[in-house]
Design a protein around this ligand. Sequence first.
Ligand SMILES: Cc1cc2nc3c(=O)[nH]c(=O)nc-3n(C[C@H](O)[C@H](O)[C@H](O)COP(=O)(O)O)c2cc1C
Length: 379
Amino acid sequence: MKLTTAGESHGKALIAVIEGLPAHLRLNIEKINAALARRQSGYGRGGRQKIEKDQVEILTGVRNGETLGSPVTLCIYNRDFENWKSSMSAEACEQAKMQEKSLTKVRPGHADLTGMLKFEQEDARNILERASARETAIRVAAGEIYRQYLSALGVEIEGYVKEVCGIKDEGRYAFETLARAKTTELGMLNAELESQAKEKIAALRAQGDTAGGVVEIRVKGLKCGFGSMMTYAEKLDAQLAQGLMSIQAIKGVEIGDGFGVASKSGKDVHDEIFYEDGKGFYRKTNRAGGIEGGMSNGEELVLRIAMKPIPTLMKGLQTVEFGSKEVAVAASERSDVCAIFALETIAEGVVAEVLANAVEKRLGGDTMAQICTRYDALP
Ligand SMILES: Cc1cc2nc3c(=O)[nH]c(=O)nc-3n(C[C@H](O)[C@H](O)[C@H](O)COP(=O)(O)O)c2cc1C
């Protein structure tokens, strides 16, 4: 189920095309828009979110609320385009406006400089417009469709914010309690830690600085055997890491105990296996995070991702002006201070995309009914 996204941050629209979705997937468009709204919220966001009120428009592949089996095209119009028309249109732009919107004081930690060198551009606008995490809006819309596909099989995805700039939640939470994170301002489940994290973000904002954090994503209901150890490309852990690392600003992915396994011995890392009539094989622990040998083992998937602090600082870092090569203060466009709440929704969508593809690879199927029957028949 190939997903392609297109669109610039201040261009006319963001587009996604999903090929290979089965027929008769009933879509809940309100839920797609609710996910888009979540991506735009959260404590620490910048001014852009006040301009955009993202709503998905489905252009192809769906009739009367159900997929047809043809490519599904999603579109989100950028409201801000009205303010950028004269410098971002596909047609000839006004030189003075392009100059006004140009960015040459390249930002450390952003794609600006490396992209300019690679694509032979003298204006980082031609790089950052695509590098920008505005792209995640359309990825969330597509991700929500994959989520609804998985939900029809009984596979559910939830997540929460585990850390914001050093303020860590070491708690362990049952899957059923995770959805509450979507109703808080920062996506944390511990109210005291969330208020500390908000204070930290406010202090960083006042200093012109930014924050990152850690999100945990969990998946319940995924049966044993998705992914494969037969080829490296089919390994589910590798696919999840690839998908999650492709989100802007993600610098680390952990599965199960992740980096923690390196300092422990085998008896404290591996999950012992048990068997009971009626229950089948099971484990009492889930340190592996639900994946062994590149395959889902039937336990809950447990994934964590680390987001670096936002690279655009209002108190710009030292850099070099691209044209003159003189020392400069990095550009500070309107920007988020912390986008960890949004990341949780984005990551859920990316995990859904990877898992839906693993299901499709194993079970095939032209219609949702066929896929559900095949999934239900699995042990
Ligand atoms: C939800 C979200 C919002 C983001 N908002 C901003 C932002 O407002 N300003 C910014 O400079 N970077 C922002 N970023 C991060 C940049 O897009 C990212 O750091 C940049 O594209 C470089 O890619 P890299 O960090 O993966 O190397 C955001 C990332 C995400 C996931």
